[in-house]
Design a protein around this ligand. Structure first.
Ligand SMILES: [Zn+2]
Ligand SMILES: [Zn+2]
Length: 239
């Protein structure tokens, strides 16, 4: 009984953390947008209210499995998360971040393509595409089915791929910031980077914007590897 209560508290705490993280990050970049591109979100208030509603519902779907796994890690030593800096070689620290991002990107690419089949699009993915154009508030604007496909990824990966707790924090920070900035409607990265060789493998706002404009291309999350390999990369938005 006590165990159940502790799990419920961990799940509720993690839900609150995810919700606050979303509100702060999206709020910050929405504010930046109002400065960098005044009027870009003009007339979008009803849509923004819907984006915030779906995103807060997603916070619970993300928070519950994360809370359960965090509880199991603390109480029972579940997961491959480590805290000692010398538990693994130092070169593994950046590699672990890349492995998490690549695994997440791979899962996202294929589940995302699947959700663009007409039947599943209506059930799970139409909510996300109701943002036209998306704003910084659309980062977690998912139907609960889609939120579930995203919420299980990191809680499962921590059982399989060892990672230092600080690197896990970095993965979650990158995930949060890219999720927001890729929807905010303008590229915060300098043009020389976006149009560089490295940039041609990375997904930024102008790449994901094109997915929201044209639907059947640019399915990736962080990297353009799968899009390029599978011929679904249409490059950057012309806007
Ligand atoms: Zn999107
Ligand atoms: Zn889509």
């Amino acid at each position: 009984m006590e165990g159940l209560l502790a799990i419920a508290i961990a799940a509720a705490a993690m839900t609150a953390i995810v919700a606050v993280r979303y509100l702060l990050t999206s709020g910050l970049f929405a504010f930046a947008t109002s400065r960098a591109r005044p009027g870009l979100y003009q007339g979008l208030n009803p849509q923004i209210r819907r984006e915030i509603g779906w995103s807060l519902a997603s916070a619970a779907i993300y928070g519950i499995p994360a809370g359960i796994v965090a509880w199991g890690w603390q109480q029972h030593g579940w997961t491959q998360i480590y805290t000692q800096w010398d538990a693994m070689p130092l070169w593994y620290l950046p590699l672990s971040v890349f492995l998490y991002m690549f695994a997440h990107d791979t899962w996202f690419y294929w589940s995302h393509r699947f959700m663009h089949r007409p039947k599943w699009f209506k059930i799970a993915h139409a909510v996300h595409h109701a943002s036209r154009p998306p704003t910084a508030w659309a980062a977690m604007s998912f139907h609960p089915w889609e939120a579930l496909t995203g919420a299980i990824v990191v809680p499962l990966l921590v059982f399989v791929i060892p990672i230092h707790v600080a690197m896990l924090g970095s993965v979650l920070a990158i995930m949060t910031i890219m999720g927001v900035t890729n929807h905010m409607g303008w590229d915060m990265f300098p043009r020389w980077l976006v149009h560089s060789r490295l940039g041609s493998w990375l997904i930024t706002a102008s790449h994901h914007q094109r997915h929201h404009d044209e639907y059947l291309c640019n399915f990736g999350l962080y990297f353009r590897f799968w899009d390029r390999l599978c011929g679904t990369d249409r490059g950057l938005s012309r806007r």
